[in-house]
Design a binder for this molecule. Structure first.
Ligand SMILES: [Fe+2]
Length: 501
């Protein structure tokens, strides 16, 4: 078979279209496991050379789905905990396939891309021409080696009626604090899209002598991350986790950042000078290389990652960046989202007639008990238009569900929407958390539920209601923790306020 030239360009940008190959002819001619040199590898002089080991150690991922497209991701890393990941400093061809079935007998699309050393041999494919609202399987091949198989899905077409769509959101996964058991349960769940709301890695030094039951961590990987190579190693360490890999392979994800993708509590970076901006550039670069995102790569310390997803006529989902554009947490003169992002968010309230309006972010716009200028402006916009958002947040390391008030902390003010702050995957360690902190929050009548276990939240949206379930794990400091559904919540479409059910 012959490959289209257009199918094997370098890692694709957001607007690049993969050219399509007729599925029937491809299926008949393809033998993906065979060690036959592809056109591209032949052009390079005979293939990928001798890699020092299996290249797909970090698994596969997909993300940022559209109705006709999804981004596929992997990274070649035969030695994931070494700088350069054990890869030769040259472009390496990688073949990809999308199929209707897990056995890859019905190939839908396939092609070839180059993994480039300047992107740490990460691979990103923007697969186009897929059918809306359906599941697919995908895999990669590098030389004779096949990747694990991932499963992904497209979004429903714009305006389509959707009976049900399930989103899970998660955040905050300090690797050395514990096991990512919550992801194992997530991988077994029935989910259409996973949102990761930041703190995918933590940048601090790993000091424990033998974290996670004695796992060996090389010194280069332990150091606090400052350079792009250090951030890359940190992603490698995290992405070796089998439970995280399983959750990525099971569903498409949409990922935003909080602070620890760069450094604790950073606010924009403008106030901390050039050194801080260089670190931000390094952190953003490694984040982009390691996430299945449609976002264009960062330009220095700048990268737009706020973006919108449309789930038929059922929901509009706005994924925010609550770090990059702010100057300070408590400065009343500045915006937490930046002027452009805030205007984009507020414009979006009117841009769709979707039943549900969801926005998701790393850190909440105000505090649990506090307003903020940004929060006030955004909540006022929703309130004025009588749109009741469902708000997904991370950062807090507590599960906290609240009716968001127009004028917090005035309990008589109007309910604008409902916020589901998700707990962490591991950060802070085993639950149930400090009882006094919990009791203090629960004194506020708009705070409906607080829980200090680790886990994630799964929310199913239908045309008439949204049901959210808090899925907890008992502990993270040991493997194989049991899980349970701690609490269920219901919101009726078009009506403000959450009910515990
Ligand atoms: Fe965190």
């Amino acid at each position: 078979m012959s490959h289209h030239e257009d199918d094997r360009s370098a890692i694709s940008g957001p607007s690049r279209r993969q050219f399509l190959i007729l599925s029937g002819a491809v299926a008949a001619a393809t033998s993906i496991g065979a060690a036959i040199p592809t056109a591209a590898s032949a052009a390079l002089g005979g293939g990928i050379g001798n890699l020092p080991g299996y290249p797909f150690t970090l698994g596969v991922a997909s993300g940022d789905p559209l109705a006709d497209s999804v981004i596929l991701w992997t990274r070649l890393a035969p030695e994931p905990l070494a700088v350069g990941s054990g890869m030769p400093p040259k472009n390496v061809p990688v073949h990809w396939q999308v199929a209707h079935d897990e056995a890859f007998t019905q190939i839908v699309r396939e092609g070839e891309v180059f993994a480039l050393p300047e992107y740490n041999h990460s691979v990103r494919v923007d697969v186009r021409g897929l059918a809306p609202d359906r599941w697919y399987f995908y895999r990669f091949r590098c030389g004779p080696e096949l990747s694990p198989v991932g499963r992904t899905r497209t979004l429903p077409a714009a305006g389509a009626q959707v009976n049900s769509f399930t989103i899970s959101h998660a955040s905050c996964q300090t690797w050395q604090t514990g096991y990512f058991t919550a992801y194992r349960y997530m991988a077994q769940d029935d989910i259409d899209l996973v949102l990761h709301l930041g703190d995918y890695i933590y940048e601090g030094a790993i000091t424990a002598a033998a974290p996670r039951g004695g796992t060996f961590v090389p010194d280069e990987v332990r150091a606090a991350t400052n350079t792009v190579d250090q951030y890359r190693l940190r992603y490698s360490l995290y992405k070796l986790d089998p439970d995280l890999q399983a959750a990525h392979a099971a569903f498409p994800w949409a990922i935003t950042r909080d602070d620890h993708e760069v450094t604790n509590d950073y606010a924009g970076g403008i106030d901390r000078g050039q050194k801080q901006l260089a670190r931000r550039a390094a952190g953003y670069q490694a984040w982009w290389e390691n996430t299945p995102t449609r976002c264009a790569p960062p330009v220095g310390p700048d990268q737009r990652i706020y973006r919108r997803f449309t789930i038929g006529s059922l929901a509009q989902l706005d994924l925010l960046d609550s770090r990059q554009y702010r100057i300070g947490d408590n400065d009343p003169l500045v915006s937490k989202l930046g002027d452009e992002q805030e205007a984009w968010l507020i414009d979006g309230i009117n841009s769709t007639g979707a039943t549900w309006h969801v926005f998701a972010q790393g850190q909440q716009l105000g505090g649990v008990n506090q307003d903020s200028p940004t929060r006030n402006r955004v909540y006022r916009a929703y309130h004025d238009r009588q749109v009741y958002p469902v708000i997904f947040s991370g950062d807090l390391h507590w599960a906290l569900v609240q009716d968001s008030l127009l004028a917090v902390p005035d309990p008589t003010s109007a309910i604008v929407g409902t916020e589901f702050i998700v707990t962490s995957i591991t950060s802070t360690g085993d639950g149930p958390g400090d009882q006094a902190t919990k009791d203090n929050w629960l004194k506020r009548p708009w705070i409906r539920y607080v829980d200090g276990y680790r886990g994630f939240i799964r929310t199913t949206f239908t045309p008439t209601g949204a049901t959210a379930t808090l899925r907890n794990v008992k502990f993270v400091t040991r493997p194989d923790a049991p899980t349970w559904d701690a609490q269920r919540f219901y919101i009726e479409a078009g009506r403000p306020g959450v009910t515990l059910v």
